[in-house]
Design a protein around this ligand. Structure first.
Ligand code: ATP
Ligand code: MG
Length: 463
């Protein structure tokens, strides 16, 4: 929609000729009314409009129809408002004047995304219902892959190593593994290696004989024995000493444990799931973690992706946590679309746990019934970081020798983007065109390789 009649009718005509169903609206309000009562996949809007400007329309439209793909049309040179629009959740933007071909292509991409999203969501609902994996909220591609791998692995008795940053949901994954295994009617026993001292840990896990040490007034079964027939979840397994690790290894290899101070062993039938938030390969390389134990544990790896790599899940997760908080609090709250957009612009160093804390805080402290961006005290601000001088310098610098393939690729992408940014005087739409990616992809990439800085106004929440 657009407030300039000519521009709007021509654009609509071009798209109708392509066979699309196009509706026109003369004002933002008219567009909003139409959106809420009709099924619309893509909204094309100008930014400069009266009385409701394009950014307000964008905000309200996404609030009303979260899955809507919005393309904003901007005047050449008004990159700031385009950036703001993307930040608020626009799918793409297109600089005026544009060629018919460019318009058709962008709209096609947006429709493609709308189609994909609706399929993904259908699939996700079915999947969750069938497998009751509802405890693990999230329908992003990364989460769906994780869940389907989890279900396959759960059936077997294989030892599983869960890796992921702090707060990503490793413990939930461990529980889901147990729930979906043939052991689910037997105990799930978690033990956190970081929370107990070394000597205690040993007797906790393996048990002890009467009089094995001062204070051991009677014999005690260890957690291995408690977990017999079920799953033992060894959390933060890297926080243990090599001496303890070799005892653990022996227990895993032999399938039996010996209580501290005892001379005979007992057989146990336990499935082991271990977790760590460290890069365990580095721990092994630096000799802090025994390689043989690593191989033993790492029969199957499940990687839980950090939240910043699946920001699509922020909305569902926030809603999930809010529903839970609402059930407890006397004043039920709602999430505004702009709050969700605001959250999706954040990088969540504390991952899901941080989001959980943010939502609970907001639900407890917010003024209004509807949670707004200011109820979530993180201040992400997008900015193109390099000055043109830095860009030029990056050209000449040979760059430090890259180590991994990922780093080489990242370095190459960085260079390509920097060079294109200079050629097109930071016009992101043109850069995206030249590099053959959508503006969204370019945007995400620039964020990931830190060409667009997301300042985080606060420290990670949570532990
Ligand atoms: N996909 C999810 N759906 C719902 N809640 C989640 C999800 N992922 C994490 N959570 C919640 O976030 C919090 C942190 O998750 P969890 O304790 O499993 O993380 P972790 O990876 O074990 O973190 P750490 O390494 O710090 O122990 C928990 O309250 C958990 O319920
Ligand atoms: Mg944990």
């Amino acid at each position: 929609m657009d407030d300039q009649r000519n521009m709007r009718t021509t654009t609509a005509l071009v798209l109708r000729t392509e066979g699309y169903t196009v509706s026109e609206a003369a004002t933002g309000q008219e567009a909003l009314d139409f959106l809420t009562s009709n099924s619309v996949d893509v909204l094309l809007t100008d930014l400069k409009m009266e009385p409701m400007d394009g950014l307000s329309l964008l905000r309200k439209a996404l609030e009303a129809v979260p899955r809507l793909q919005v393309i904003v049309m901007t005047a050449f040179g008004s990159i700031d408002s385009a950036v703001e629009a993307m930040r608020l959740g626009a799918y793409d933007y297109i600089t005026k004047p544009f060629k018919d071909g460019v318009l058709r292509h962008r709209v096609e991409l947006a429709l493609e995304r709308a189609r994909l999203l609706s399929q993904v969501n259908l699939f996700a609902d079915e999947f969750n219902e069938r497998h009751n994996l509802n405890a693990l909220v999230g329908t992003s591609l990364a989460m769906r892959e994780l869940k389907s791998r989890l279900l396959r692995v759960a059936q077997s008795d294989a030892t599983v190593l869960i890796q992921g940053e702090s707060g990503t949901g490793k413990e939930l994954v461990a529980r889901a593994l147990h729930t979906h295994s043939r052991r689910s009617s037997n105990p799930f026993v978690p033990v956190n290696c970081a929370a107990i001292s070394e000597s205690l840990l040993e007797s906790e896990l393996f048990g002890h004989a009467k009089g094995a040490f001062t204070g051991a007034v009677k014999a005690r079964r260890g957690l291995f024995e408690e977990a017999d027939g079920g799953t033992l979840f060894i959390d933060e397994v890297t926080e243990t000493s090599p001496a303890f690790q070799s005892k653990l290894l022996r227990a895993l290899q032999e399938g039996e444990v010996r209580r501290v101070g005892e001379s005979t062993s007992v057989r146990v039938d336990v499935r082991i799931v271990a977790a760590t938030n460290r890069d365990i390969e580095i721990e092994v390389r630096e000799k802090r973690f025994r390689q043989d134990l690593y191989y033993r544990l790492n029969v199957v790896t499940l990687r839980v992706p950090p939240l910043r790599e699946r920001l699509e899940d922020v909305h569902d997760l926030a809603r999930h946590f809010l529903e839970r908080a609402n059930a407890r609090n006397s004043r039920p709250r709602r999430l505004s679309g702009s709050a969700v957009a605001h959250l999706m612009d954040y990088t969540f160093p504390g991952n899901v746990r941080e989001l959980e804390n943010l939502v609970e805080q907001a639900a407890a402290l917010a003024e209004g019934e509807e949670l707004m961006p200011e109820d979530f005290p993180v201040r992400p601000q997008a900015q193109i970081t390099p000055s043109l001088g830095e860009v030029a310098a990056a050209f000449r610098a040979p760059g430090a020798p890259a180590q991994t393939l990922a780093e080489v690729v990242e370095e190459a992408e960085r260079r390509a983007i920097l060079q294109a940014l200079e050629r097109h005087e930071k016009d992101l739409a043109r850069v995206a065109d030249e590099l053959g990616v959508s503006s969204t992809t370019l945007w995400r990439k620039m964020k990931r390789i830190k060409l667009l800085e997301t300042g985080t106004g606060s420290e990670p929440h949570g532990k």
